[in-house]
Design a protein around this ligand. Structure first.
Ligand SMILES: NC(=O)c1ccc[n+]([C@@H]2O[C@H](COP(=O)([O-])OP(=O)(O)OC[C@H]3O[C@@H](n4cnc5c(N)ncnc54)[C@H](OP(=O)(O)O)[C@@H]3O)[C@@H](O)[C@H]2O)c1
Length: 306
């Protein structure tokens, strides 16, 4: 598994991480098998959030950690908080600190490798939020911190007040949801793709050394379903399948390779609960897409080059 730099830290992390949003439906036995196989593939980085399955995803994962001594030290464990589902976002120090304590309890561990603010709360005082993140690191409960679904200006604002670095920016990115790429390629055009939706996230993260994590990389729309093999998207599937045949691999692997080909060292958060699918995604680092192939997939996905 290709390793990528992790923000400004001295550690590296696998280019493919496992998103745990969909594991709630697995039996303990299935989850145990899946997690161990993923670690065996090198996908030993796991992303959670306190709201996934209403906390049941973390509970299930925590039980597996408890039943497998030594597993915790082999993996990188990330979770997120800051969303009160259906009610509001809360980035207050009190809420974030209590959320991390609850996450640690469910995951049955005494530290998180990475903690992210899931979504920005515009009513929170950024200085207070920043101090809370610093305090979580200083307490030893969390090693690294970051954000998800934040604009670059919000990241810069939090950074102003922080002693420690923000390490991660987690955003939706895939062939069928690529505003972070479109805004760069369509700059200055009167086109929808030129819209500045996040403040130039990829350039910002490269400049300031944050790791971009790509959530829902194989979905279209806002987690509406996988576009791969979906008859509603004939053009992108034809292009992907042609390249997959040339590279003797699968369409899923090609779609993953498209993300890994970007020089920002983007980390994929794969949400599949199928170990064979995860194996395909992990093999994407072996597919050396040419520049022309990368752009041909971008165009087949319906995006434009001005
Ligand atoms: N920060 C945020 O706001 C946010 C939001 C959403 C998600 N996330 C993170 O991102 C992770 C991934 O999200 P996701 O699960 O929506 O992403 P995904 O990997 O794009 O989608 C996975 C889903 O697509 C299905 N699928 C069907 N065909 C597929 C194919 N050919 N290749 C790959 N998957 C296929 C999978 O089914 P099978 O299981 O049968 O393979 C699974 O249900 C989450 O687990 C979570 O950690 C973060």
């Amino acid at each position: 598994m290709k390793q990528i730099p992790f923000g400004k830290t001295k550690i590296t992390v696998p280019a493919v991480a496992v998103g745990c949003m969909r594991i709630a439906g697995m039996t303990p036995g299935e989850a145990d098998h899946f997690i161990k196989e993923a670690v065996g593939l090198g996908a030993s980085f796991f992303d959670h959030a306190d709201i996934y399955g209403g906390g049941s995803c973390e509970e299930l994962f925590g039980n597996i950690l408890k039943d497998n001594p030594g597993l915790r030290e082999k993996i990188t464990l990330q979770s997120k908080a800051g969303i009160v589902p259906g009610v509001m976002y809360d980035n207050s120090a009190e809420y974030l600190t209590a959320s991390v304590d609850a996450i640690l309890k469910r995951l049955k561990t005494d530290y998180l490798d990475v903690f992210l603010i899931h979504r920005p709360d515009v009513l929170a005082d950024p200085a207070e939020t920043a101090r809370a993140l610093d305090a979580l690191i200083d307490s030893g409960k969390v090693r690294y911190v970051g954000v998800s679904n934040h604009r670059t200006s919000r990241i810069a604002l939090l950074s102003e007040y922080m002693e420690h670095d923000l390490t991660v920016s987690q955003m939706q990115l895939g062939l069928m949801h690529a505003p972070m790429i479109q805004e760069a390629l369509e700059a200055n055009m009167a086109t929808d793709g030129a819209a500045d939706r996040d403040g130039g996230m990829i350039d910002y993260c490269m400049q300031n050394k944050l790791t971009v994590q790509a959530w829902s990389p194989f979905q279209y729309g806002r987690i509406q379903g996988a576009f791969l093999g979906n008859p509603d998207f004939p053009e992108i599937n034809a292009s992907i399948n042609e390249l997959a045949a040339n590279y003797h691999t699968t369409g899923t692997a090609v779609a993953a390779a498209w993300i890994l080909r970007h020089p920002a060292d983007i980390q994929i958060l794969a949400g599949s609960t199928n170990i064979d699918r995860l194996r395909e995604i992990c093999s994407a680092d072996q597919i050396p897409l040419t520049k022309q192939e990368w752009y041909s997939l971008y165009l087949a996905a319906g995006h434009m080059l001005p």
